[in-house]
Design a protein around this ligand. Structure first.
Ligand code: PRP
Ligand code: URA
Length: 209
C-alpha cells in the first residue's frame, strides 16, 4: 500500500491557509500555489540518492555530494496541475515534463482524457505526478493508468489537498504510488468538492468560472 505523507511544515501550512481563503485573488492564489509546490518538492525529494564528487574549492580539494543522476520527470495533470509545475521545476530544473490532460465531467465526476504528451524515456524516470486536488481520485487514477499503459514504472503523487475517498481510491488502484499532501481534508460534498478544500483549483488559478 502506498504511504501517505502529510507535509505539515509550518510554511506550507501557513501558505495553504491563504490558498484556502475565498478572499484570496487569482494573482496571489497562483503565487502561493507556486511557493507551496516548491516547498513540497523539498520534502518529496528528500530520499534522492547522492554520490561523491571531487571538486576544487578556492581553498583546496574537497569531496562533495551531488545527485546521483537519477532521471526525474514531472507530470502535471491539466489543467490545474500546471499551477504547481513551475514551483517544482525551480527546484529540479533538469526534470523533463510530460502532460496528461483530463477534466472531470461535472455530472458523473468521471475523468475524460483529452491530451497526453510524455518524454520518450518515461520508463526510466522517477515521475512526480502533480495535481492540486485529489477529490474522488478518478482523475489521478486515470492519469496513472494512462502513464503505466505507456511504460511508466516509478511514480509519486503530489497534491495540495485530498479527501479521504480519493486517497483510498488511489491506494486501492495504485498501491505502488506514495502520496504527498499539504493537507488531508474531511470529506467530499454532494458536488464532489473537497470540504473544506479550496474550491475549484483550476478556476482559481486561471481566473475562469
Ligand atoms: C480538478 C482537479 C483534479 C480533479 C480532481 O480538475 O484539478 O484534476 O478535478 O477531482 P477527482 O479527484 O474527483 O477526479 P478539473 O476536472 O476541474 O479540471 P481542470 O484542472 O481543467 O480545471
Ligand atoms: N476539483 C477541484 O478543483 N476542487 C475540488 O474540491 C474537487 C475537484
Amino acid at each position: 500500500m502506498g504511504k501517505v505523507h502529510v507535509l505539515d511544515h509550518p510554511l506550507i501550512q501557513h501558505k495553504l491557509s491563504y490558498i484556502r481563503d475565498k478572499t484570496t485573488g487569482t494573482k496571489e492564489f497562483r503565487e502561493l500555489v507556486d511557493e507551496v509546490a516548491a516547498l513540497m518538492a523539498f520534502e518529496v525529494t528528500r530520499d534522492l540518492p547522492l554520490e561523491d564528487a571531487d571538486i576544487e574549492t578556492p581553498v583546496g580539494p574537497a569531496r562533495v555530494k551531488k545527485l546521483a543522476g537519477k532521471k526525474l520527470g514531472l507530470i502535471p495533470i491539466l489543467r490545474a496541475g500546471i499551477g504547481m509545475s513551475d514551483g517544482i521545476l525551480n527546484m529540479i530544473p533538469a526534470a523533463r515534463v510530460g502532460h496528461v490532460g483530463l477534466y472531470r465531467d461535472p455530472e458523473t465526476f468521471k475523468p475524460i482524457e483529452y491530451y497526453v504528451k510524455l518524454p520518450k524515456d518515461i520508463e526510466e524516470r522517477e515521475l512526480l505526478v502533480i495535481d492540486p486536488m485529489l477529490a474522488t481520485g478518478g482523475s489521478v487514477v486515470e492519469a496513472i493508468n494512462s502513464l503505466k499503459k505507456r511504460g511508466a514504472k516509478n511514480m509519486r503523487l503530489i497534491c495540495l489537498v485530498a479527501a479521504p475517498e480519493g486517497v483510498q481510491y488511489v491506494q486501492e488502484e495504485h498501491p505502488d504510488v506514495d502520496i504527498y499532501l499539504a493537507a488531508l481534508d474531511e470529506k467530499l460534498n454532494e458536488k464532489g468538492y473537497i470540504v473544506p478544500g479550496l474550491g475549484d483549483a483550476g478556476d482559481r488559478l486561471f481566473g475562469t468560472k
